[in-house]
Write a protein that binds this ligand. Structure first.
Ligand code: TPP
Ligand code: MG
Length: 437
């Protein structure tokens, strides 16, 4: 196992031979031997599930993890050559900064537009979690696939979907990446291999498995040369959903080229992860299915990137899946309809002090990778892009009524379109009697 994985917390798949030999030992002894650790940056301390107080104890650790990654510090100090002592080049650093700023500014603008009545339905923002999207997706190629959740705007942007297309989709306009038919929770782009946001939690994971299986099938059965990787993002709450476990099993069984990225923001709407989960250290569930599990500080883009590099390379080499748990935090309520009054202000303050953007900025400045003027120029450029996206979306047309049933059924004939070729919904009799059903 190389450096980044060993720098993060990792346990390898069980050695089955050893397990069989020790079968007469109580199984729970081996469970107890897996160390229980506090979450990296959390103010919560974990305890072993056998501890009766384990779920309800929320203790303050008091220490705030430094904004700059330990991995970065570690590598820097270990490095022999003064020229190679940084994890990123100037160009990479600026690209990461640009992507983080784009995600944050775009979401802040979404909030404004939502409250001005420009968007409909639920809108879930990604503020605070940007280091995960940027850390992973900026390492991918266009042909690699990303599968998202309902918190999907920033994944789409990192994958290269233009801000205009994402904003227009949010406005429900024809110029949106789904022609206005998807909205906030269903960003999709065939061109960018963004295989969708999903309103139902866990729905994206089997889709990601399918994409990864396609690559394996092409490579091993059709003898095509392809090495695309799929990255599936989902939340901590989703990991208590059956599809998560089924998909880990299949991915490991078939050694699929996939990375499962858990964005553990410690909350599933108003339910604390620690209160809802018997073994809250999600990364430990990887080895149970025969794949590595890694726990990384999701507020540190450089640390996420180091782990991502390794997990993606592993998948590309055909060595199978990895489960990565990124410990992160959302800076806003669950959705824009959530007043966010449940979470402890101390917890919010703790994570606000670990803002991934501030941390990267500090790193770039301290290592002379960027000066203030360069960073300001990026911020200005992003402001312009986001402003332009809003203007573009605002001026774009709404879909016509004709579009209503397009792309809803594989063959709309018999569903939305009647034998006369006209949309049935335009026939006043189409819905007649349905109220009684
Ligand atoms: C199958 C399904 N069950 C329930 C819900 C309702 N629901 C919406 S968001 C959510 C919590 C998800 O939490 P998490 O996976 O941690 O994602 P986060 O919102 O924190 O990003 C739930 C249960 C849903 N969308 N889909
Ligand atoms: Mg969550």
């Amino acid at each position: 196992m190389s450096s980044a994985f060993s720098a993060a917390k990792i346990i390898q798949p069980l050695n089955f031979a050893a397990t069989i030999r020790s079968i007469d030992r109580p199984l729970f002894d081996s469970l107890k031997s897996i160390p229980t650790t506090p979450f990296l940056g959390s103010i919560h301390k974990l305890r072993h599930p056998s501890d009766p107080n384990s779920c309800s104890q929320h203790r303050r650790s008091g220490s705030i993890v430094a904004g700059v990654s330990d991995v970065v510090q570690e590598k820097k100090h270990k490095s022999a050559s003064p020229d190679s002592n940084l994890l990123i080049t100037k160009q990479e650093g600026l690209e990461l900064y640009e992507d983080l700023i784009l995600g944050r500014s775009f979401e802040d603008m979404c909030a404004q537009m939502y409250y001005r009545g420009k968007m409909f339905g639920f809108v879930h923002l990604y503020n605070g979690q940007e280091a995960v999207s940027t850390g992973f997706i900026k390492l991918l190629r266009n042909e690699d696939c990303v599968v998202s959740t309902y918190r999907d705007h920033v994944h789409a942007l990192s994958k290269g979907v233009p801000a205009r297309a994402v904003m227009s989709e949010l406005f429900g306009k024809t110029t949106g990446c789904c022609r206005g038919q998807g909205g906030s929770m269903h960003m999709f782009s065939k061109e960018h291999n963004l295989l969708g946001g999903f309103a139902f939690i866990g729905e994206g994971i089997p889709v990601a498995i399918g994409a990864a299986f396609t690559v394996k099938y092409k490579r091993e059965v059709l003898n095509e040369s392809c090495d695309q990787v799929t990255v599936a993002f989902f939340g901590d709450g989703t990991c208590n959903n059956g599809q998560f476990f089924e998909c880990l099993n299949m991915a490991s069984l078939w050694k699929l080229p996939i990375v499962f990225v858990v964005e553990n923001n410690l909350w599933a709407i108003g339910m604390s992860h620690l209160r809802a989960t018997s073994v809250p250290e999600i990364w430990k569930k990887g080895p149970a299915f025969g794949m590595p599990g890694v726990h990384v500080d999701g507020m540190d883009v450089l640390k996420v990137r180091e782990v991502a590099k390794e997990a993606i390379a592993r998948a590309r080499r055909g060595e199978g899946p990895t489960l990565v748990e990124c410990e992160t935090y959302r800076f806003r309520g669950h959705s824009l309809a959530d007043p966010d009054e449940l979470r402890d202000p101390a917890e919010k303050g703790h994570y606000a002090a670990r803002d991934p953007i501030t941390a990267l900025k500090k790193y770039l400045r301290e290592n002379n990778l960027a000066n203030e003027a360069e960073l300001k120029a990026i911020e200005k450029q992003i402001d312009d892009i986001v402003e332009d996206a809003v203007e573009f979306a605002d001026q774009s047309p709404f879909p016509t009524r004709q579009q209503l049933l397009e792309n809803v059924f594989a063959d709309p004939k018999g569903f939305g379109i009647g034998p006369d070729g006209r949309y049935r919904c335009e026939d006043p009799k189409f819905t007649e009697g349905t109220a009684a059903v």
